[in-house]
Design a binder for this molecule. Structure first.
Ligand SMILES: [Zn+2]
Length: 108
């Protein structure tokens, strides 16, 4: 369990590239919680920009999507293996927005 957690952490960190700091915490149900922190940007209150997503592989994908989009928005010159997932991340973001839009339309 511990070995697989740190192995996942290393794999995620390698994909996220040099600007990211990746940590995997354990949630209340011993599930993986992926946390990606930007080593450059600060968000509100001088805290580093970060994204935090619980849940195994889905959490990994969701956190990595957020990180890839952040890299694309804020660090155009950065290089990271995960940028290869940018089109897929943008597509998923687009799909989610489409669903939210559809939901609002349906209610009105
Ligand atoms: Zn950043």
């Amino acid at each position: 369990m511990t070995a697989s957690k740190s192995a996942r952490e290393r794999r995620a960190a390698a994909q996220a590239g040099p600007l990211a700091k990746v940590r995997i915490d354990l949630g209340p149900q011993q599930e993986f919680v992926y946390k990606v922190t930007c080593t450059v940007c600060t968000g509100k209150g001088d805290r580093p920009w970060s994204t935090y997503r619980p849940g195994g592989d889905n959490g990994f994908l969701a956190a990595m999507d957020r990180w890839v989009l952040h890299l694309h928005e804020k660090h155009r010159d950065a290089e990271a293996p995960c940028l290869e997932f940018l089109p897929a991340a943008q597509q998923r973001l687009h799909d989610r927005r489409g669903q939210q839009q559809a939901g609002r339309d349906g209610q009105g």
